[in-house]
Design a protein around this ligand. Structure first.
Ligand code: PHE
Ligand code: ZN
Length: 885
């Protein structure tokens, strides 16, 4: 908790560490009401900095110091200084050892940072600065040390004792036993981990490209032993993929994953010992949806890929966080694209970025991919660092091309193996292999905000010339009033009147050859691109595959969008055309509602969707994406001033119209896919997933018709399906329908069946909290009284509070402000327990400037009340200060 105003940490103030820690020897004695941590550190003055001996300043938070010795000389209180965050003392020689013993209380650690208990097991979370809650240390990523760790605990309660690296010794003494692990690779403290518990494991093995055998083990609580297979399969796939696509081989004899129930984030890449939120690793068809299966595949890969992009080559300081996260998200998203449908993956990523990251970039918490300053680093694990960071790497991939990008990544790993480096080092490797000057490109790392492109065009039939004019701009963000032009790759093609790809030559291009798709590279505020030998007036298909994280405006007519939706060879842009068409139609209805004009929905969307459903050349996954409607959150993001209730009404009106117009084909499609599902053995594989998604989409439209036969079919699907994907989509349709008695019956049945499975109960909670029909505030408050709910468990907080505030926008933004009062209450309650969570779930309130003046005032009032609280965590303090600045 805050005692004084937290300090800003600045990138420009970075300095190398004064001292280094060559070896770290730790011993953990774990008991029920406390733990002792003994540290033996072999240290030296940083040889790069000279031979004077400045004071040694170690990080340490909430530690009770019991013993301290330097070079075996016991130190007394007169020899050192301690405050709430640091311990300092004067070394006497350039090389020395430091021994300490501290007492901590893992069982009372509700922040889930450092060493804590999740249920019956002990585990750690050290990124970014949790290690300082375990022992006094130089807790910064550029201090890399070799670790030897001994864990001692009661044998019966904690039969499994784990840490990083290889097990080198173990033994028993009475009722207690111990294990010693040694990690041969030097690492920063944030990658350290310890686990102790009564765990079962599933074991497999992997033979690396050089023929080394690696043991793979997934540890879970005994009741989850049947939920590990998918994660194990995913692990083997991504290990192979990283060898084939990046030439990266695993570097220890064992790779372990542990599932824990209480975890602030998704998972953590601790060296050789990944710790996962159980929701991101456990799955079986009866309890887990397709979405969960896919998420597990990508998160297992993400954490595994960190072994190189993050661990072997790590970050110099936390301003470089995107160096590991952006690159690793890019890697995991390419992996998922290869394992599933590339186009659908790109659609999912773009949708996510445009809904969440664009909103962040447009609000008071906007920050560059490499932030220049922070108070609390935990607040910077953001969509900008992760997802926009990945888009920046993707643009490098596009600009260099796949071969040179691979050479660049090889060079980066080779040059910096074992080092703690910066984003500049990454870009420098790309420059070295390509000969390109990426100085201007690096503005993506330093300038926040989403660039806006305005595109116009002109066709000169006589000279067969086609000109495209692009203007780029970027709105001001906190602390950055004016922006310099970005380097922006715009992938594009041209369509002729028959929908065919037109070929042409791009003037002044490096290779001025005839082709039919191009990457225009913008680098100025205003630029013209001219194509020659253009035989007819083309229709441009712009920003194919979402080649840059920007907002692009081109004045398409609805006919042109319908045409692109039908003919574009780029799957992403077909989907994008459908989105833009839907946005236009919904906006028109918004306007009708605003002016109290009669509501008339343009028929173009229904026609286009009908064509999509009838198109045998489209796979079901893409069909599902195309007819899936822009989310309310995305629609609001596009508006100058977000009007939640009106937009929700308009959106629902258009959905209902579509359901009515397409009732027949949707019903036929639903029946066919449901029958097919009954005949098929469930597997979480791309083709089946596409079918089920389309089936669910069809059912959600049909639900709007309020027909008894459809309710009956939904109930039947809920009761009979053998997999959670179909069961949950049926449950969600019922909950969001007018058939509330059936919905209630299904909810009761579901809760009885799965009361013992917290991960399924999470889904039960969120399907209700996210429902604008059922999820009234009073009901959400009731959910929080349910015995399965606990505010100390982050998954539960996300399932109820998160689902309500992020997915139930009409209720959260209720005009009386009750949703805001509720969220502020929860933020205050959580801040005393778990600051990372309080600072995160407050996010919807931080977007207050986006809403109508009346809503703004209500939101601001809650933010100000929070700011006036007597005790605020550093995390929440920083978020409030920036939000209200
Ligand atoms: N480094 C983790 C990842 O992205 C995320 C994480 C951050 C987990 C901080 C816990 C704490 O893979
Ligand atoms: Zn990561």
């Amino acid at each position: 908790m805050r005692t004084e105003q937290p300090k800003l940490i600045r990138l420009v103030d970075y300095q190398q560490p004064d001292y280094l820690i060559d070896e770290t020897h730790l011993t953990f004695e774990l008991y029920e009401d406390y733990a002792l941590v003994h540290a033996h550190l072999v240290m030296q003055r940083n040889p790069a900095l000279g031979c004077d001996l400045p004071r040694l300043v170690l990080d340490g938070v909430e530690l009770q110091l019991l013993h301290l010795a330097m070079d075996d000389q016991v130190l007394t209180a007169a020899d050192y200084q301690v405050d709430a965050e640091q311990l300092s003392l004067q070394p006497l020689r350039p090389s020395f050892t430091l021994d300490s013993t501290v007492r901590i209380e893992p069982q009372n650690n509700t922040a889930l940072e450092g060493l804590y208990k999740s249920g019956e097991m002990f585990c750690t979370q050290c990124e970014a600065q949790g290690f300082r809650k375990i022992t006094y240390y130089l807790d910064r990523p550029d201090v890399m040390s070799s670790f030897t760790t001994t864990v001692i605990a009661e044998k019966q309660r904690y039969p499994i004792l784990l840490s990083n690296g290889n097990l080198i010794e173990e033994g028993v003494e009475d009722k207690r036993h111990w294990a010693t692990w040694q990690d041969p690779h030097k690492k920063p403290a944030y990658l350290f981990a310890v686990v102790a518990g009564d765990l079962w494991s599933v074991e497999d093995s992997f033979t690396t490209m050089n023929g080394r055998e690696v043991t793979l083990r997934i540890f879970v609580e005994p009741e989850n032993i049947d939920k590990c297979q998918h994660a194990m399969n995913s692990l083997k796939k991504c290990m192979r993929w990283d060898e084939e696509q990046y030439g990266r081989e695993y570097d220890l004899d064992i790779f372990m994953i542990v599932a824990v129930n209480d975890f602030n984030m998704g998972a953590m890449e601790n060296k050789g010992l990944n710790i996962f939120n159980s929701s991101c690793v456990l799955a079986k068809p009866e309890t887990s949806t397709d979405a969960i299966f896919q998420r597990i595949e990508s998160i297992v890969a993400h954490e595994y890929f960190h072994n190189w992009s993050g661990n072997r080559v790590t970050c110099r300081d936390w301003f470089q966080l995107s160096l590991k996260e952006g690159f690793t998200v890019f890697r995991d998203s390419e992996f998922s694209a290869d394992m599933n449908s590339r186009t659908v993956k790109r659609i999912e990523d773009a949708t996510f970025l445009r809904t969440h990251q664009f909103a962040e970039d447009a609000g008071p918490l906007a920050h560059p991919v490499r932030p220049p300053e922070y108070m609390e680093i935990s607040n910077f694990y953001t969509w900008t660092i992760y997802e926009k960071g990945a888009e920046v790497v993707r643009m490098l991939h596009t600009l260099l091309g796949p071969e040179r990008f691979r050479q660049g990544s090889d060079l980066y790993f080779e040059r910096h193996d074992g080092q703690a480096v910066t984003c500049d080092d990454f870009v420098a490797a790309m420059e070295s292999v390509s000969g390109m000057d990426l100085t201007q490109f690096k503005r993506w790392y330093s300038q926040a905000g989403t660039p806006v492109l305005r595109v116009t065009d002109e066709y000169d039939a006589e000279r067969q010339l086609y000109h495209i004019d692009i203007a780029q701009s970027c709105p001001a963000t906190p602390g950055q009033a004016n922006k310099q032009p970005f380097v922006i790759p715009v992938a594009m093609g041209l369509l002729g009147a028959e929908g065919q790809a037109l070929s042409a030559r791009l003037q002044d291009a490096e290779q001025c050859v005839t082709q039919d798709n191009w990457v225009l590279t913008l680098n100025q505020a205003q630029q013209r691109f001219t194509f020659t030998e253009v035989s007819e007036r083309p229709l441009p298909s712009l920003l194919r595959g979402f080649s840059a994280p920007v907002k692009l405006h081109y004045d398409y007519s609805r006919e042109q969008l319908a045409f692109l939706l039908q003919h574009d060879s780029d799957g992403f842009n077909r989907w994008e055309a459908a989105q833009q068409l839907a946005v236009q139609v919904i906006e028109e209805v918004c306007e009708q509602l605003r002016t109290h004009a009669p509501v008339q929905v343009d028929g173009c969307l229904a026609q286009s969707f009908a064509a999509v459903l009838n198109n045998p050349h489209l796979d079901t996954a893409l069909q599902a994406e195309i007819i899936s409607f822009p989310s309310l959150a995305y629609l609001l993001e596009l508006q100058e001033q977000a009007d939640v209730q009106l937009t929700d009404k308009a959106r629902e009106a258009v959905r209902l119209y579509l359901a009515e117009q397409l009732a027949e084909p949707l019903q036929a499609l639903y029946n066919r896919l449901r029958e097919q599902a009954k005949q098929t053995q469930y597997r979480p594989e791309a083709e089946q997933i596409g079918n089920r998604r389309l089936q669910a989409m069809a059912l959600s439209y049909l639900t709007l018709l309020q027909r008894d036969d459809i309710v009956a079919a939904t109930v039947a699907q809920f009761e009979q399906a053998d997999n959670m994907t179909e069961r949950l989509s049926a449950l969600s349709c019922l909950v969001n329908s007018t058939a509330q008695s059936q919905a209630q019956a299904a909810l009761v049945q579901f809760a009885e069946e799965f009361a013992h499975d917290p991960l399924v109960m999470d889904q039960w909670f969120s399907v209700q909290a996210a429902s604008s029909v059922l999820g009234e505030l009073a009901h959400v408050r009731q959910l929080m009284q349910h015995p399965s709910f606990s505010i100390k468990n982050p998954n539960k907080v996300r399932a109820v509070i998160g689902a309500f505030t992020q997915h139930n926008l009409p209720q959260f933004h209720a005009e009386d402000g009750s949703g805001y009062v509720f969220l502020a209450e929860q933020v205050a309650a959580l801040d005393a327990l778990n600051p990372q969570m309080s600072a995160r779930i407050i996010t919807p309130l931080t977007r207050w400037q986006r809403y109508t003046p009346a809503q703004q005032a209500l939101m601001r009032a809650q933010l100000e009340q929070l700011q006036a609280l007597p005790k605020l965590s550093k995390d929440l303090y920083e978020v409030l200060e920036r939000t209200l600045a």
